[in-house]
Design a protein around this ligand. Sequence first.
Ligand SMILES: NC(=O)NC(NC(N)=O)C(=O)[O-]
Ligand SMILES: [Zn+2]
Ligand SMILES: [Zn+2]
Length: 410
Amino acid sequence: MNTGQTTLSLKTMIEDLAKIGQTDDGGVTRLLYTSEWFQAQQTIKDWFDEQGLTPFFDDIGNVYGRVEGTNKEEPAVLTGSHIDTVVNGGKYDGAYGVLASLVAVSELVKEHGQPKRTIDVIAFCEEEGSRFPLNFWGSGKLTGIHEGKDYHSVRDIHGKSFIDAMHEKGFGLGHFQDPLRNDVACFVELHIEQGAILEDAGETLGIVKSIVGQRRFIFTVTGESNHAGTTPMNKRKDAMSVASQLVHKLIQTGHEMDDHFVATVGQMTVTPNTPNVIPGKVDFTLDIRHHRSTTLDTYHEHINTFVKELAGSDVGISVQQYSDVVPVDMEESLQAIAHDYAKQQQLSYRYMYSGAGHDAQILGAAVPTCLLFVPSVKGISHSPYEFTNHSDLQVGVSALKHVIYQLAYK
Ligand SMILES: NC(=O)NC(NC(N)=O)C(=O)[O-]
Ligand SMILES: [Zn+2]
Ligand SMILES: [Zn+2]
């Protein structure tokens, strides 16, 4: 294992990575199995290699940088985040955690040599669920939550097959190595907060106690396309009319739940999507989240009621739930390592919950996991305006480095 050849600049790497998939207004779009995604994963692999970490892919496109430990038989310390983004997202969501893990591990090896336990830095191939109706693909295949599920019928909104897209980028069963792992001791993820709690409180580090549960659905409302000018209002099978009533009920009920509950209709496809044609079909997504599964269950009952109320002989409604991730607590002993560091360094910090989903909640259901936040300016995320001050980025790296040191060297 040779130590890293060049001094790493986190800021430079964040900016360079953000050029891959950069949008006209300075955002980033890097969707799973697109050319931008592929270029980014190859770049990460090269950066791992340049820093003396042994790079390798698994069959679905997760990319690792490994530092072998002296105790090879012990399970590995895993650290990293996701490389994919939402459409026109920010340059920090996911990418910061991957690059911060690289910087932290590279510095640890330079300062302390070979760790006792193997350290794997990972760039998960997909977390957001932005292209295909599935999410946590990378971390979920590592822990096995996707086992037994058939994704051959999964397509993006343009009709591109998920499996074909994976194969076209050179991935698939037997291409590299099985993504499923049972040799991970723990996982540590550093991420931007994507909310304004830390900034509003003037604090620099968030130690996450728990991550909310989330469920995602696709609703398909089916009526009949017809002429916008010659079809009387009482003769229409208008999919948009029913879909808009359903969306209103779903959002309005979200407001009526408790303040921690969120419901989002983020994606909608109208068919044939033509100004002078009554929509024959409307597909839209629903994302709901809460830290209690029972509250999600209650809202789920409302969904069933609304569908029964609004579906009729003229216009049908089908609902497909494609994601169901339970709320997950982070490991208290790992939280304590971060807490002791924050106290020792006299950092302003807080324990907090995460309203955003994270690979840490998938790993956290399988192994002891720690998730740390740094502030997001104005709490903005999933936007080209996503930003975190450089000093805060560095505090995050130092805290991450301390936690990894305790787990891999002590
Ligand atoms: N860190 C994230 O932005 N995660 C996002 N992605 C998932 N899968 O939750 C989200 O929407 O919260
Ligand atoms: Zn995100
Ligand atoms: Zn993220």
